[in-house]
Ligand binder design. Structure first.
Ligand SMILES: [Zn+2]
Length: 326
């Protein structure tokens, strides 16, 4: 690998230093693979999908405007925002770890497990796992809320489900076990911080009663809502969101995915950007976002149009001619 000779990314260092650990865990998950578990893994994976996490942030926003559920709503909103920033905006672009289904193509065992689990295809970097972050940020913030309200069973259920989401990412072979550990840490951190910031907000509002009452939409229901009705509505919303996300998740992957055309040091299995104005085909071929950027040297099609590399010098000359002061 030429990358190793130049300057190794953090991702390449992780690949090399954690190889033994990652493969040992992969072997355990590879050994238990079967058709039923594969469907179950896809169901759990859908809880960490943006199709599930984004509606949970919207639910949090709604709950935020009711005095009684404000702690839950604020915890969800802060935890999801913080976890998304840490994992997607900071860590993934910093670590630059290439997905295992791209790096481990020469490992016959791994490749067998990956294809047996349905060849799911993602389009971003590997470390940390975004699905695991999503599941843990929601689980930890909700666990602390439930524990504070003495709802012990619900409090215990949250991290157990999140752990199964993390395991599903390894089972489906779209993440290294170390990616999942990273996602667990990032998500748990975001969840805990989200809960305590939400508590601060609620305390602040309790001291400012007028504002607290103004920000309580329960006023619009003359008789008020019973806790039971609220719980049923929230549960029903979560169930519908889960059903939609799970429905998409079980049909994902396999032969139907249009994969990136990049085929240099590995045959990129990332999902290609198709019919995207931001990432149009290059010489009639579709690429994933990572390789589109690598091949064009631009962030997206608009940037490429605004500042074509070859024309930059010419443009500077023109500006100079027009502006004698330059
Ligand atoms: Zn690619």
């Amino acid at each position: 690998m030429t990358g190793m000779l130049l300057a190794a990314t953090v991702g390449e260092t992780l690949d090399a230093s954690m190889h033994g650990f990652d493969m040992a865990i992969y072997r355990i998950f590879g050994a238990i693979q079967n058709d039923v578990l594969t469907v179950i893994a896809k169901l759990f994976t859908s809880i960490g999908d943006e199709m599930f996490v984004i509606p949970m942030a919207i639910l949090g926003l709604v709950l935020l405007f009711f005095k009684r559920s404000r702690k839950y709503g604020a915890s969800l909103v802060v935890a999801i925002a913080l976890g998304t920033i840490i994992t997607n905006l900071v860590l993934k672009p910093m670590v630059l770890r290439v997905r295992p289904y791209n790096t481990l193509q020469g490992d016959a065992d791994y490749w067998l497990w990956y294809t047996a689990a349905g060849m799911l295809s993602e389009s971003d970097y590997s470390f940390p796992s975004g699905h695991t972050t999503g599941a843990f940020e929601i689980a930890f913030s909700m666990m602390l809320c439930f524990a504070a309200d003495k709802r012990k069973k619900l409090a215990v259920m949250c991290p157990v489900i999140a752990l199964l989401v993390g395991c599903s990412r390894i089972y489906l072979m779209v993440h290294y076990p170390t990616d999942v550990l990273g996602g667990m840490l990032a998500g748990a951190f975001a969840g805990v911080v989200g809960y305590f910031l939400a508590k601060l907000l609620c305390k602040f509002l309790e001291k400012h009663e007028t504002l607290n009452n103004k920000l309580d939409l329960e006023r619009i229901f003359k008789k008020g809502l019973s806790t039971k009705v609220i719980a049923i509505l929230v549960t029903a919303f979560c169930a519908v969101v889960f059903a939609v996300s799970a429905g998409r998740s079980v049909t994902e992957g396999g032969e139907d995915v249009i994969r990136c055309a990049y085929d240099n040091e590995y045959d990129c299995q990332n999902e290609a950007r198709v019919d995207s104005e931001k990432y149009p085909p290059i010489d009639g071929q579709y690429y994933c976002k990572i390789h589109w950027k690598q091949l064009t040297g631009a962030d997206n099609a608009k940037d490429a149009q605004d500042a074509p590399a070859d024309d930059a010098a010419q443009q500077a000359e023109e500006t100079e001619a027009l502006d004698p002061a330059a």
